[in-house]
Write a protein that binds this ligand. Structure first.
Ligand SMILES: [Zn+2]
Length: 374
């Protein structure tokens, strides 16, 4: 049996293999404290039943490990039946020469490059480069719609400030699909909104398979105050987005995954802010979202996490998230972090298709919220 993570997004430390038990753990790298992202492949185990043993109790989420038997093209959660307290067990089919396992549904540059041809060539779509990441790797910037000066409003949509948080990438695809839809929603979005989408804020981390959350000395979503920031992508967003959107920049939506499981973390929710006026606007948007939601992932305003609740207190006022930064821009009406779970949302299992449809729901709610205001 051979276990490795030598591919984009891969992450594992193999401490020991003893017979049919593999002792593994997440490679936290520069994370301060523990985090739970892992993604590895196993070869040479066809026909065997293998136990994957973690040293801590945080191996898998509410639907067990996510598994791919086709080289990472398609994924499905394997369920909790295979999960013991600190391990899971997998019976490799006799023909399974390579099986991949991940804590969630992986999404790397390869996935984006499989998605983009669907929209390539449209007159209101362009693929550009925001900047070079620290390694020199190009960071994608997707531009949707008219020039800002001809649009009624501008929107920034970001994902992967924390690179291990993959579900939002599928929601971003669904948002783009909705934007170019041949229906009333797509028509309205193209008429009114110019959008910039940064699908991988921590591009290097996405490809390296880093955790990204709580990087030392601070992570990408704590890099929005002070000059210069640590990360070139954040610097480029802070410089280029206001210059592009100007007074028309109305919405900044930053997509995340929450913790692996448990209360708050198995529902979609908006993260409340310490600004009553802004939170009132967000809450109205959220009511529209609850009303217009048509996709399979449930969303209820009651699941939002108001400021001051649970983890949502500003313990580091000298640092700023993307949303907190955007709320300082006077033109911005809505700037929020949206948490979309890894594996299960209010009892419904996450799939790429379902997460895409939630991206469409976010877009439909924007139409409902913005239409009377533009
Ligand atoms: Zn996050």
């Amino acid at each position: 049996m051979h276990i490795d993570c030598d591919f984009p997004g891969g992450n594992v430390i193999v401490d020991q293999i003893e017979g049919d038990t593999a002792h593994i753990r997440p490679d936290v790298r520069d994370t301060m404290g523990h985090w739970f992202y892992w993604h590895f492949r196993v070869a040479g185990a066809a026909g065997r039943t293998v136990r994957f043993q973690f040293p801590g109790g945080d191996g898998t989420g509410p639907r067990g490990p996510c598994v791919s038997t086709d080289g990472g093209k398609t994924w499905a959660f394997y369920g909790r039946e295979c999960v013991q307290e600190k391990s899971f067990t997998y019976a490799f089919p006799s023909h399974a020469h390579e099986v991949r396992f991940c804590v969630g549904i992986p999404y790397t540059e390869r996935n984006l490059h499989e998605f983009l041809p669907k929209h390539r060539g449209r007159p209101l779509f362009s693929e550009e480069t925001l900047c070079a990441d620290r390694s020199g790797r190009a960071v994608e910037l997707l531009k949707l719609g008219k020039p800002a000066e001809d649009a009624a409003a501008c929107l920034l949509l970001t994902a992967r400030h924390h690179c291990c948080e993959t579900t939002p990438s599928f929601a971003a695809e669904g948002f783009i699909d909705a934007y170019f839809g041949e229906d009333a929603l797509g028509g309205w979005l193209r008429e009114k909104l110019a959008c910039w989408i940064v699908p991988f804020v921590d591009k290097d981390g996405v490809e390296a398979g880093d955790q990204g959350k709580n990087r030392a000395p601070h992570d990408h979503n704590r890099d929005y105050l002070g000059q210069p920031g640590l990360y070139p992508t954040v610097g480029a967003i802070r410089e280029q987005v206001p210059a592009w959107g100007g007074e028309k920049l109305r919405v900044v939506m930053d997509l995340h995954c929450p913790w692996i499981r448990g209360k708050w973390h198995e529902d979609i929710y908006f993260v409340g802010c310490n600004d009553a006026e802004h939170w009132a606007r967000t809450s109205e948007y959220c009511r529209r979202l609850e009303e217009v939601r048509a996709g399979p992932l449930p969303y209820y305003t009651a699941h939002n996490l108001p400021y001051g609740t649970d983890w949502n207190v500003d313990k580091e006022p000298h640092l700023s998230s993307c949303a907190k930064w955007a709320r300082t821009l006077p033109s911005v009406w809505l700037a929020n972090s949206v948490e979309i779970p890894y594996a299960a949302c209010s009892g419904v299992e996450i799939t790429p298709g379902r997460a895409r449809l939630f991206g469409r729901d976010l877009a439909a709610a924007l139409k409902a919220y913005l239409e009377p205001r533009l």
